[in-house]
Design a protein around this ligand. Structure first.
Ligand code: MF3
Ligand code: CO
Length: 237
């Protein structure tokens, strides 16, 4: 899983480097697919429940599952979430980052920073002996303390030989609930934070999830492993 995770991380780094005003999300999708294949991995999203691309690229008020298109041209001030996963040697890596295009507003910068911090606040609680919802609770606390709302409709998940395994990993809820974490368990933790309300809707393409009120949204995700000590982040380069 670390090898799968490393491939995902390297691809996301490369995409981040390629982002500038004028890049289309179809360009990013093509780069992601090419890079993964060159590294011996298979994109995990393509064909999953009929999803038509290798990458999810979600701009501004789009929360997750944005379908790449040559008509979606990134412009200065946009924020774009890139979610990517691969299969490699029988295992899955799954990770997401949100990136600013050129100069972004200070509100957008804060949203990106707090969403990444919320992910790390959750990871910090991903320790043997804790309850699963300790992770969820830590994410919600950090997000709301900083004035952002947490999306309820979409959650993290177990991950391993398949992309989506049990259990679900919500980004909200009370502490000390649900299964007790044991070493060897692996999860994708993926908070989605909004500047406005947490409410979501799905565009007519049946994939793209957007904020109901048009507010900005950010998404960060890592695949992690529970150990006998520190949590292990598997989707690092
Ligand atoms: N990272 C997303 C997830 O964990 C990716 C799924 S998109 C899909 O659910 F197209 F593959 F469904
Ligand atoms: Co995921």
């Amino acid at each position: 899983m670390r090898e799968a995770g490393r491939i995902v991380a390297v691809v996301l780094l490369e995409l981040e480097y390629q982002i500038r005003p004028g890049t289309t999300t179809a360009d990013l999708d093509a780069m992601a697919e090419r890079a993964a294949l060159a590294l011996g991995a298979t994109p995990a999203f393509k064909g999953y429940l009929g999803y038509p691309a290798s990458l999810c690229a979600s701009i501004n008020d789009e929360i997750v599952h944005g379908i790449p298109s040559p008509r979606r041209v990134l412009k200065e001030g946009d924020v774009v979430s890139l979610d990517f996963g691969v299969h490699y040697k029988g295992f899955v890596g799954d990770s997401a980052i949100t990136v600013g295009v050129g100069e972004i507003s200070s509100d957008a910068q804060k949203l990106l920073r707090v969403t990444r911090e919320s992910l790390y606040a959750g990871i910090e609680r991903a320790r043997e002996g804790n309850h699963l919802s300790d992770v969820s609770h830590a994410i919600q606390l950090h997000a709301e303390k900083n004035g952002f709302s947490v999306v309820r409709q979409y959650v993290g998940h177990g991950v391993g030989r398949k992309m989506h395994e049990e259990p679900q990993v919500p980004n909200f809820g009370p502490a000390h609930q649900g299964p007790i974490l044991r070493h060897g368990m692996t999860f994708a933790i993926e908070p989605m934070l909004n500047t406005g309300s947490e409410e979501t809707q799905v565009r007519p393409d049946n994939w793209t999830v957007v904020t109901k009120d048009g507010g900005l949204s950010a998404h960060f995700e890592h695949t992690i492993a529970i150990t006998e000590g520190e949590p292990l982040i598997l989707t690092l380069p």
